[in-house]
Design a protein around this ligand. Structure first.
Ligand code: 8YV
Length: 311
């Protein structure tokens, strides 16, 4: 019996390959001139190439789109809905690891860890002196979480351990939240937070949500952390603010564009810490994401409900 055919946007890890072995036939992403389009039943993505209406129309046999990740901003959900193609993602799997990364960036940018590391390694470094690499405290300060969803709540729980005052902003106040986070407007959050952490999904509403007006509201001592998606922040406005020291620093796990061009001015700023989209990059989390995304894929191929269907 032939296996259902699935296109994948990149090389599979050996683990994923082993998990899919004998269940599906894996084919490379569609290149111009490929002639197997009408035999494809599944799309498996990591969040890179766009999965839009024209692609779906090229695949008349498509039964499921499964994303190995929670963010589905690269998938045209409306087009999938119109064509009755279920879209699966991995909420829950990434929350803890992404929140850990947010706190890592709060600490790294807040306590100047990367600059300190570079100084400690420098050939001309002699010894610590009283005013060296001074920073502001993290514990006891105010953290503002933009997007108190699954990941945001995990950030709040960790921030509570640092005895921080926790503010959050969502489109609506969250009923029954037990993290101790206080609901405020975005402007109030920006004005009062020492650390602003972005954990919202990228949508038409959140794209460009943090621009020059919003950055101008932040304290000059504040740090902006983005573990969500790069385009939520206006990169040019952030770069200028960091260059002019209008805010103290930034910790970015995601950028716009991603990756930044090698000559991008943001890469020359010592007051920004950048990690290359590694929020979910732990063995444990990637295993959970693989299991869940494969579960979704196989359910869709069988015509069953997905474990986690978007929308
Ligand atoms: C990446 C993420 O998708 O889950 C998300 O939305 O941004 C990440 O987990 C993942 O790293 C791609 O494999």
């Amino acid at each position: 019996m032939s296996l259902p055919r699935v296109i994948v946007d990149g090389p599979l890890s050996p683990d994923l390959e082993a998990m899919l072995h004998g269940q599906v036939e894996v084919l490379p992403w569609l290149a111009p001139g490929t002639d197997y389009d009408d035999t494809i039943e599944g799309v498996y993505t990591y969040g890179h190439p766009t999965v839009d209406g024209p692609l779906m129309d090229r695949l008349p046999g498509l039964r499921v789109i499964s994303n190995n990740g929670v963010g589905v901003d690269h998938i045209d959900l409306e087009a999938a809905k119109q064509r009755r193609i279920p879209v699966g993602n991995t909420p829950g799997a990434v929350d803890g690891a992404t929140a850990d990364m947010a706190i890592a960036l709060v600490l790294a940018a807040g306590r100047r860890i990367v600059e300190s590391d570079q100084m400690a390694r420098a050939a001309d470094f002699e010894q610590q002196r009283p005013q060296l690499l001074m920073a502001h405290e993290v514990h006891g300060k105010t953290i503002g979480i933009v997007g108190l969803g699954r990941i945001g709540r995990q950030v709040a729980k960790r921030a509570a351990g640092f005895e921080m005052r926790i503010l959050y902003h969502n489109r609506h106040e969250k009923a029954g939240d037990d993290t101790g986070a206080i609901y405020v407007s975005l402007d109030q959050l920006l004005a009062e937070s020492d650390f602003v952490v972005l954990t919202v999904p990228l949508t038409a509403t959140t794209r460009g949500m943090i621009g020059s007006r919003e950055i101008a509201l932040m304290k000059s001592t504040a740090v902006l952390v983005n573990v969500a998606r790069g385009p939520i922040v206006d990169t040019a406005a952030l770069t200028q603010a960091l260059q002019e020291r209008r805010i103290r620093g930034a910790g970015l796990d995601v950028t716009d564009p991603e990756p930044l061009p090698r000559d991008h001015p943001l890469l020359r700023q010592s007051n920004v810490v950048i990690t290359p989209h590694l929020g979910s990059a732990t063995y444990e989390t990637r295993q959970k994401m693989a299991e869940l995304s494969i579960e979704n894929l196989l359910a869709g191929l069988r015509g069953d409900d997905l474990t986690h269907q978007v929308g």
